[in-house]
Design a protein around this ligand. Structure first.
Ligand code: C2O
Ligand code: CU
Ligand code: CU
Length: 520
């Protein structure tokens, strides 16, 4: 810990960290945070002033919104390819990036870059990735949104240590979807993602490729993340009581690892695959000229039909595929993408119309048909209350994460309705591994159309009940579900499900009454 960091914070962090270690029976006594002396801090350990009374003034001075061109993360090249599989090798290591004038910023990244390289996958063609851990802390890599085997899901307790490697195999046997990969090490997920360990994994298929949507240079991933920088341009990630409560909120907005960048566009349609890769921030995106954003996809891929919006709300881990048409704007026009709720500096990035082009892309009125699950045929209904315990720990049905406890046993192939009942004062974006679900209702009302497609993460507002319905297909084994505000997750708002063979799961049918009769 850097000198001058208030002892109370360290104490809280240590205490909470030890609790999960004891609960989950993992290597009690292992050092979670390496000692960092003044000259040899790990990235994110921050400087002496980082934990002081005044927050680091990241935005003070010459941040210069729109001075940097939007970086596009490179597409990862396979080390070899085979009839059915592409093989990749990725190092998890420290790297540097020039975030603003002055010192380079040290990050932890997949292949040393932030965000990590984009992985492009094709439905039906497998991907195998060997990750080697070259940072001084344990890691686990999760492919968020994928129907992965338990062995390759990056369960938080299935981590690997510094110097070790682990190979993950993904069958990609699911429809096109904007997946993403990120660290998921128990207790350390928030810190590791804040340090840069996240990237896009774009899975495509024939349906998507047959649609003539904007593609090539006109299909652009946007990874939205907020950060805190100290006076020496180093990332700061400090967790105190307030951060446990609200999650880590940065005061600089970054897109693809650049502070409030600009992007040159032509007078045509662009497809932006947007990931909210922030630890805790929810964005309410809008264009400064009030232009329409056409949502064509969500977490689990294409919507049944496009949805035109002026404002798009995105919680952590949510993805939306959005088409913006720049045809109506003369060359020279600039349009700012901003976050409607952040009054201290709401710019996210800017689009500069710099050239004319003929548009060959289309957004068809029918994208991908979707069969709705019939709630009347659900096998099991479960209800999960979201709250805090007397220790200010985040809990699900009164319990914090325990890797030794299984909280739900869905049957393979079973259709289940899960209710999240938020009894706390914070919103929780709830995420279930393995499945893509359909949102049934949000506080009794049907979801708006942009939330009515396939999703793996759903916002559960304070005081609300949200129900989702999912078929537990693909694989048996142990998986987690959790809040995707990473400081809530790291502070135990996570539970486990074990998908079991048919006949071996939790008993209990739904009552048929849409309002109650829940089975635990
Ligand atoms: Cu994106 Cu369990 O995570
Ligand atoms: Cu996930
Ligand atoms: Cu939460």
């Amino acid at each position: 810990m850097g000198p001058g960091r208030p002892k109370g914070r360290v104490g809280l962090r240590r205490r909470l960290s030890r609790r999960v270690f004891l609960r989950s029976g993992i290597a009690a006594g292992a050092a979670l945070y390496l000692p960092a002396c003044a000259d040899d801090r790990a990235p994110g350990e921050g400087r002496a002033d980082a934990g002081g009374a005044a927050p680091p003034a990241s935005r003070a001075g010459s941040n210069g919104d729109f001075t940097v061109a939007l970086p596009i993360p490179p597409v990862l090249a396979p080390v070899r390819s085979h009839d059915t599989t592409d093989y990749y090798a990725v190092e998890i290591r420290e790297g540097t990036t020039q975030l603003r004038p002055g010192a380079a910023t040290r990050i932890w990244g997949y292949d040393g870059i932030w965000p990590g390289p984009t992985i492009r996958a094709q439905r039906g063609r497998a991907v195998e990735i060997t990750y080697t851990n070259r940072i001084p802390e344990r890691v686990s890599v999760h492919l968020h949104g994928a129907n992965s085997t338990a062995e390759s899901d990056g369960h938080p307790a299935d981590y690997f240590e510094p110097g070790e490697s682990k190979t993950y195999r993904y069958a990609n046997d699911m429809p096109a979807a904007p997946l993403w990969y990120h660290d998921h090490a128990v207790d350390l997920t928030g810190k590791h993602v804040a340090m840069g360990l996240a990237g896009m994994y774009l899975l495509t298929d024939d349906v998507e490729q047959g649609l003539a949507l904007p593609s090539g240079d006109h299909h652009v991933p946007l990874v939205l993340q907020d950060r805190v920088l100290d006076a020496d341009n180093q990332l700061v990630y400090a967790v105190d009581r307030e951060v446990v409560e609200k999650g880590f909120l940065g005061d600089v907005y970054c897109v693809n690892g650049a502070i409030v960048p600009r992007f040159d566009v032509a007078t045509v349609k662009y497809r932006f695959t947007i990931l909210n890769g922030s630890n805790a921030r929810t964005y309410r995106l809008e264009l400064s000229n009030g232009a329409t954003m056409t949502v064509i996809g969500s977490d689990g891929g294409l919507l049944p039909e496009p949805v035109d919006l002026q404002r798009l709300e995105m919680a952590p881990a949510e993805r939306f595929d959005v088409v913006v048409d720049f045809a109506a704007y003369p060359v020279g026009t600039s349009i700012v993408l901003r976050d409607a709720d952040w009054d201290t500096g709401s710019n996210v990035m800017r689009f500069d119309v710099t050239r004319s082009e003929v548009d060959t892309s289309t957004v068809p009125s029918v994208l991908r048909p979707m069969t709705r699950h019939d709630p009347a045929t659900a096998n099991v209904c479960r209800s999960f209350s979201l709250g805090r315990d007397s220790d200010d720990d985040w809990v699900i049905n009164g319990l914090g994460f325990d890797a030794a406890r299984v909280d739900a046993r869905p049957e393979l192939g079973g259709l289940e309705i899960w209710e999240f009942d938020n009894q706390s004062r914070e919103m929780h974006p709830m995420h279930v591994h393995l499945v893509q679900f359909q949102v049934m209702d949000i506080d009794g009302a049907p979801p708006p159309p942009e939330l009515a497609g396939w999703k793996d993460t759903v916002r559960v507002p304070s005081g609300d009940r949200v129900r989702v319905i999912a078929r537990f297909e693909g694989h048996t084994g142990l998986y987690v579900f959790h809040c995707h505000i990473l400081e809530h997750e790291d502070h135990h708002m996570m539970a486990q499900m074990e998908v079991v063979p048919a006949g071996a799961g939790d008993a209990g049918a739904c009552s048929g009454d849409a309002g109650g009769g829940w089975t635990r």
